[in-house]
Design a protein around this ligand. Structure first.
Ligand code: ADP
Ligand code: MG
Length: 242
């Protein structure tokens, strides 16, 4: 359990009508950590992230960012940013315009915006010449990098990823896994990552939470999940990796 968590969930419950998607979960995430939530489809992973970024409201419980309660704060005022599964770029805009979008919202002047966009392109290993490229001319992997660059342009304290690689083919997924891990190391930001692939989680994460039906089954270091699964469910989930 982290001593000074950047993010804390206290007894977070979420219901949809009579259905309970989250059964009062507690979680503490350390600053700078690569934290992954893994679990089968329908276990409540996306619901957690939607609550954290403010896309949906809690039924009960609290969310804290350091010493500030944020669950009542509107999404656009939270220092968090989401990278989606679907590559939510603006197709009619250039790569540069996409990356600069958050900076434009903040009324940063055009020269500074461009300089920052080019820095971010380089951080994501894309050539500066991509600044003027149409999004529609980029490959799937390139678009995912542009989406990442745009997320970083918001300069969020915490980045959330909801299965960002699941639509990509195996080879691309493997290389982006490595890049994401590397990006995490270079930015020093807190990454909260969701996947239904334990293999992906084990490759990238500092700690992993395994979800089952709206509850955490186990939260531990990546290697401990592997060597000491707490339940048959975790062990069987692990078995799918091999
Ligand atoms: P995961 O991301 O792990 O696949 P979700 O968090 O999307 O799972 O969903 C968890 C459960 O909550 C699922 O059973 C899903 O059908 C249900 N659920 C999610 N969103 C809604 C909604 N808006 N209305 C009703 N049920 C929902
Ligand atoms: Mg989901």
């Amino acid at each position: 359990m982290p001593a000074n968590p950047i993010l804390r969930l206290k007894s977070v419950r979420k219901t949809f009508g009579h259905f309970t998607a989250l059964h009062g979960i507690d979680l503490a995430i350390e600053e700078g950590e690569f934290f992954t939530i893994v679990g089968p489809s329908g276990s409540g992973k996306s619901t957690i992230i939607r609550l954290l970024v403010g896309m949906d409201e809690l039924t009960s419980g609290e969310i804290w960012l350091r010493d500030k309660r944020i669950d009542q704060i509107p999404a656009n005022l939270r220092p968090t940013c989401m990278v989606f599964q679907s590559l939510a770029l603006f197709p009619h805009m250039s790569v540069g315009q996409n990356i600069e979008f958050p900076l434009k919202l903040r009324k940063i002047d055009p020269a500074k915006r461009k300089a920052r966009a080019i820095e971010l392109l380089q951080l994501l290993h894309l050539p500066a010449s991509y600044y003027d490229k149409r999004v529609t001319e980029c490959s799937g992997g390139e678009r995912q990098r542009v989406a990442l660059a745009r997320a970083l342009a918001f300069d969020p304290e915490i980045l959330f990823f909801d299965e960002p690689l699941s639509a990509l083919d195996y080879r691309l997924r493997k290389s982006l896994e490595k890049e994401l891990k590397d990006l995490h190391a270079r930015t020093g930001k807190t990454f909260v990552y969701i996947t239904h692939s334990l293999e992906e989680a084990l490759v990238m994460s500092d700690r992993i939470a395994i979800m089952k039906s709206g509850r955490f089954e186990q939260i531990s270091d990546a290697d401990e999940i592997y060597s000491k699964p707490v339940s048959r469910f975790v062990a069987e989930f692990m078995g799918e990796v091999n």
